[in-house]
Design a protein around this ligand. Structure first.
Ligand code: UTP
Length: 317
């Protein structure tokens, strides 16, 4: 294990600047919406899910972002590019608020794209970033996994990586009945609140075999050593090259730590979680929240009263 000697490690730890956002998956859980629209582009209030992810990376100081996309993901590339005709039309109207909203995605960071070709798994998507990332530590943020914008998980992970080196994964305690849906980590305490050493990892463990309740969620800060391991990782579960399997090799060598996250996280690739995300973030919006929350309360009390108000929307006057 690498000792948590913060002074020695942080003195020469290379700064993480690059983020990789895998967004090449097929999104089958959200069909038919995702037949022609990438799931990462589904709107969460008025921004696509993936924009929140890129904003999170930029807020943590990562200024170089590589999106890993695929054949049906052109909309992602367009969203983070300029839209000249639209910008010109808004500028002519003097609509500066919408003009800024349209320009913002392209201004968040230096954004690059690479295509995965065939979606051979998350591990394979990360391996596609090898040439762009080079021999530096880097962050990975899954394009459909939202951490509430009020949280600072990624900054915390970068700070932990500076002190412990190696790789850092984000962990969340989940109901044991749900752990088979995630990668699961066996952990050992470090003596530091909220930071554990990961001793083993297993992807989607069969019922009753999970080593803990700690699920790996979609944020990672990885040592470039992961690329060599990924290059030799055979397809695992569902014939895909799993990032969890590669990290298992690094964990066995004692170089993976976990930051335990207790805040709000949403899997927008899951229908029910997507709905929760939209409602929560809409309620938190100063421009929409007060009116929407009022409507929501009325709607919920209608449900509780036996459903008389169910189906209630805004009717035309
Ligand atoms: P998911 O496990 O959510 O898979 O991928 P998926 O294929 O996208 O969606 P479902 O399960 O069919 O509904 C987790 C993340 O890894 C990316 C996805 O885009 C998502 O951000 N991914 C997955 C890739 O980039 N490439 C892959 O080959 C697989």
């Amino acid at each position: 294990m690498i000792a948590p000697d913060s002074t020695a490690a942080s003195a020469s730890a290379p700064t993480v600047r690059k983020a990789v956002v895998p967004a090449a998956g097929l999104g089958t859980r959200f069909l038919p919406a995702t037949k022609a629209t990438p799931k990462e582009m589904l709107p969460v209030v008025d921004k696509p899910a993936i924009q929140y992810v890129v904003e999170e990376a930029a807020a943590a100081g990562l200024d170089d972002i590589l999106m890993v996309t695929g054949r049906h993901k052109r909309a992602i590339e367009d969203h983070f590019d300029h839209a000249f005709e639209l910008e010109q039309a808004l500028a002519t109207k003097g609509d500066t608020v919408r003009l800024d909203a349209v320009r913002d995605p392209a201004r968040l960071a230096d954004i690059h794209h690479i295509r995965q070709g065939d979606p051979l798994g998350l591990g394979h998507a990360v391996l596609c970033a090898r040439h762009h990332v080079g021999n530096q530590p880097f962050a990975v943020l899954l394009g459909d996994d939202l951490i509430d914008p009020r949280e600072t998980l990624l900054s915390r992970m970068l700070e932990v990586r500076e002190r412990y080196r190696g790789s850092v994964v984000a962990l969340m305690e989940v109901d044991p009945a749900q752990i088979h849906l995630y990668g699961c980590a066996a952990v050992h305490p470090t003596g530091e609140e909220g930071v554990v050493r990961v001793t083993g990892l297993v992807e989607k463990p069969a019922a009753g075999t999970a080593p803990s309740r700690y699920a790996v969620i979609g944020r990672y800060v990885l040592d470039p050593a992961v690329f060599e391991v990924l290059a030799h990782t055979p397809p695992g579960r569902s014939g895909e090259i799993q990032l969890t399997d590669a990290l298992q090799g690094l964990a066995a060598a004692g170089t993976v730590h976990g930051v335990v996250f207790t805040g709000l996280r949403y899997d927008t690739g899951d229908k029910a979680d997507y709905l929760r995300t939209v409602v929560r973030l809409a309620c938190a919006r100063p421009d929409l929240g007060p009116e929407f929350t009022g409507w929501l309360k009325e709607f919920v009390s209608g449900l509780e009263d036996g459903g008389t108000a169910v189906g209630q929307g805004h009717r035309a006057a």
